[in-house]
Design a protein around this ligand. Structure first.
Ligand code: SF4
Length: 187
């Protein structure tokens, strides 16, 4: 990965060349704040590498709906074909709070020239492919976190990835290509 990222840092991506920087919405726990339920910070090589080349808007949806750190973890549970965010130890249903926050936050972003998203994988809020969904049948499926699902609906044409998939060279190249192409086309 390091070799690949070194190749990506061409003079055209050097901020000293005044290239307009893409704006990326990023999960706050990816190196910006210890906001996970267990207080851990997650390191992403790509998120760290991109800092001089992009403008980050970071968000922690769970803290934004009032959950503290540390906190009891939440899960996505399917009931009657709809998905609920439940804090299992307290039984609290946070679905309405999370969806309301996401609609407000993402709605505001519609007017701010966002170019892409990097989310934390597996999260009930931020996961984009691999969040555990606890089905009423007792099965486990994998899908989206509530916040990320709405982000994909609000911004269907933008590159949206998670930090785990971005460790893969193919996904990383495709994400960066789409991201910087947007900026180059706008300039
Ligand atoms: S995955 Fe999302 S909700 Fe969870 S701590 Fe990170 S930013 Fe917050």
């Amino acid at each position: 990965m390091s070799t690949f990222l070194a190749k990506v840092s061409s003079p055209q991506m050097d901020p000293r060349n005044h290239l307009v920087r893409p704006t990326i919405v990023v999960s706050r726990c990816l190196g910006f704040q210890r906001c996970r339920y267990d207080g851990r910070l997650i390191y992403s090589e790509l998120v760290c590498f991109l800092k001089p080349y992009v403008r980050y808007i970071y968000v922690c949806p769970e803290m934004s709906i009032g959950l503290g750190v540390p906190r009891e973890p939440v899960k996505i549970i399917e009931k009657n074909n709809s998905y609920h965010m439940i804090q299992t130890t307290t039984g609290l249903d946070l679905t309405y709070k999370m969806n309301t926050f996401a609609e407000h936050f993402l709605g505001n972003l519609l007017h701010h020239g966002i170019d892409g998203f990097i989310f934390k994988s597996r999260s009930p809020s931020c996961g984009i492919y691999d969040t555990k969904i606890h089905m009423s049948s007792g099965d486990i499926c994998f899908g989206y976190g509530l916040f990320a699902k709405l982000a994909m609906e609000y911004f269907p044409k933008l590159p949206i990835e998670d930090e785990l998939r971005l460790r893969n060279k193919f996904h990383c190249q495709r994400f960066l290509g789409r991201l910087f192409k947007r900026v180059i086309n706008i300039v």
